[in-house]
Ligand binder design. Sequence first.
Ligand code: PLP
Length: 386
Amino acid sequence: MRPKTQCVRGDARPDKIGTPIAPVIVPGVTFEFEDHASIDRFFEEGSGYLYSRYDNPTVAQAAREIAALEGAGSAALFASGMAAMSTAVLTLAAPGKRVVTQDDVYGGTTELMARVLPEWGFEVETVRRDELATLDPARLAGAGVLVLETPTNPGLRLIDLEAVAGVARAAGVVTIVDSTFASPLVQRPVERGIDLAMHSTTKYLGGHSDLTGGVIAGSAELVSRIAARRRILGGVMDPFGAFLLMRGLRTLAVRIEAQQSSAMAVAEFLAAQPSVESVAYPGLPSHPDHTLAKAQMDGFGGMVSFCVRGGSTAARAVHDRLRVFHRAGSLGSVESLVSIPALMSHRHVPREKLDAAGVSEGLLRLSIGLEDAGDLIADLDRALAG
Ligand code: PLP
């Protein structure tokens, strides 16, 4: 009999697809159960899938791949880096626990801490980055979570992961490190005693400026608590996003290797220019955290920040003269990007906070892509010459 509709039992699944090399995208939002006993098994043993806001096979596969890269027991994927951070903080801060944050975290995280959480009645305390490693654990008493970032955006300063993990452990406080600037190939916070590593997968992990996503990785116990809140808050990654993420992960190692080698060449070039006032790159021996970077990172990453002589006006002129670098926010992609954080990602961060974090109006941030390093240096040379 000819069906009048394609919505026929079983026909939604392709026949005998074999074993494709590339990950399979499962876009389905709901999953059929054999019988009532298999529904009981789903709830009692957590086996199988029910609804894609809860979990989805493609999303779960991408999460397993990131957990393996991070050396973590488990990982959960989100619709953005901010969805990952806010869901984790809301899970760990409640009920009635203080949130403690490093002072110079990414602009969006700063807004979450300084404006959004206090408006919702959370008590948020800020600790200076340089105080963290030697903090008296008593200062963390009663806190639910300590939010950290290393290397920082855009100052590229580091925190000592093992030292801060020790302080937080003594106080019984869960730690989250935003490790976006490094990627799991350069830095694995969980291996150094931090409870949860967080990334905006929009950056290096996706790597092609075409995916918005986030991830939290850590112990199965902590990640499953956060994933349970994700089911209700709803900020889950979609299956196509998870596919793009896995596609990005396939080339992560070669991208990072090329990007950090070019970043070192660019940083060395900038440091030798009389028109450049300062360069921040953890790979330069002059960087204040160079020794720590060598100890806790595998390489120094693909981000470089610098200040030109002449402040904001000179920085804007250099920014506008660049031709190979794209003038755009975000980072970690195959294309090289330039931005002035005070104009873009940190626009809503109060001036006094930016001053404290060393983010001047004239700071230019470079995300080094896969172009030839010589072409990038020639572009900077031309733009600096005026
Ligand atoms: N953390 C850092 C260090 C970032 O640079 C960003 C975005 O720029 C985020 C978190 C937020 O990620 P998303 O834009 O994916 O929400």
